[in-house]
Every structure is written in C-alpha cells, then in structure tokens.
Design a protein. Structure first.
Length: 223
C-alpha cells in the first residue's frame, strides 16, 4: 500500500469515527431532553384531563345501602296489548307582554307506552260454568295496567327563557306529568280497552281449547 493510500484510509476512518461519536452525542442529548420534558408533558396531560372533567363533569350516583321493602304481593295480570305513543307537549309561563323578560317556554317530546289487560285474580268460581259441552266464561272488565313515560326516549327539544329569569325549575316536571296523562288519553281514545278484551278472549279461548273445552262462550261482565 502506498503512503498516499494509507493517509487516505486513516483520514476516512477518522471521519467515520467522528461522525459516529457525533451521532452518539446527538442521541444522548435527545434522550436527556426527552427525560427532562416527559414529566412536563405528563403534568400537562393531567392538567388537561382535570380541566376537561371540570368542564364536562360525570355525575356520581351513590345509592343508599339501606333498602326498605314496603310490600310484596302476588299478581296475576294478563297483559294483552301494548301501545307505544309519542306526544309533543308545550309548557309555558308568563307569556304575556313581559314574556321576553320573565317568560319560560319549553317543547317536550314525550315517548311513552300503555299496557292494558285483565286481572285474573278477579275471576271467581262463579265466573266459569258448563252448560252441556259449552264452557261459559265471564271475564273481568279490561283495565289499564301500565301507563308511563319512557325516560330514555323522552327529552326537552327546545326551551326559551326571558332575559331576566332562569326559568321555572318545575316546568319540565309539569310537562312530564301532562305528557303521561295525554299518552294515556290517546290510548283510551283509540280503543285500547276494547282491543285488550278481544285479545284476552282470543288467547284464553285457545287456552281452554287446549284443556279440552272445544266450545267457549265469553259472557259480558256484570254491570
């Protein structure tokens, strides 16, 4: 190997070594910066989380560990029809001349259901009798078994309050009460009780047929 070639190789190795040492130093500095900055980033993330929790708090619900059972009773109610009803309720207060200042108005979209049927416990021994091969059945009058709102689907669609008021805190409660009454009223007007009676007769006729009574006559309830 010539002298010039040896010098060139030595210079090349020195340059490669210097670059390697420089790269190692850069990595060490970067690692040091990361270790220094990381606690600040974690603290910043924790602060952002705490601020988000303050701005959008999650309610904490703690049920009382003591449970009191007031009454336990057996029921034998035959549900024969289920209505699902939607109503829009407008509730408002102080909508006169001073409405823009002290008024309160909301639109409540109510989803509810009504269940009707008969109470089998009201059937006595005298309500079932045979006449030859015919089974006579006197069913009790149909009744509303459940009429309630579906809270998961019911909601306040819009609310407008006056400039000088925060609104009546009981207005939504009033709207919910009225909505429940209106849902029941709509089901009754649509003939839910008549349909409940017909459905009960169809179901019980099949039941008595399965017991061996091929002819079943339903007698109207006593007035």
């Amino acid at each position: 190997m010539s002298t010039s070639s040896g010098k060139f190789l030595l210079r090349f190795l020195l340059i490669v070594g210097a670059v390697g040492l420089l790269w190692l130093a850069v990595l060490m500095i970067e690692n040091k910066i990361t270790q220094t900055v990381q606690p600040f980033q974690q603290a910043n993330d924790q602060l952002n989380t705490q601020v988000a929790m303050l701005l959008h708090p999650t309610p904490t619900v703690i049920p009382d560990p003591v449970t009191i059972i007031h009454e336990v009773r057996a029921i034998a109610k035959l549900e024969t029809i289920h209505y699902t009803v939607e109503k829009v309720i407008t509730a408002e207060m102080n909508q006169g001349v001073l409405g823009p200042l002290f008024g309160d108005r909301l639109l409540f979209v109510a989803h509810g259901y009504v269940i009707a049927g008969i109470d089998m416990q009201k059937i006595g021994e005298g309500d079932l009798w045979l006449e030859g091969e015919t089974l006579n059945v006197r069913l009790p009058a149909p009744e509303i078994l459940v009429a309630t709102l579906d809270n998961e689907k019911s909601y306040v669609y819009d609310r407008q309050t006056g400039l000088l008021t925060h609104g009546d805190p009981n207005l939504e409660t009033t709207a919910r009460q009225v909505a429940e009454q209106e849902i029941l009223k709509a089901a009754l007007e649509d003939g839910i009780l008549d349909q409940a009676r017909l459905n009960a007769e169809v179901y019980l006729e099949k039941f008595f047929n399965a017991l061996g009574y091929q002819t079943v006559v339903f007698v109207p309830p006593a007035p």
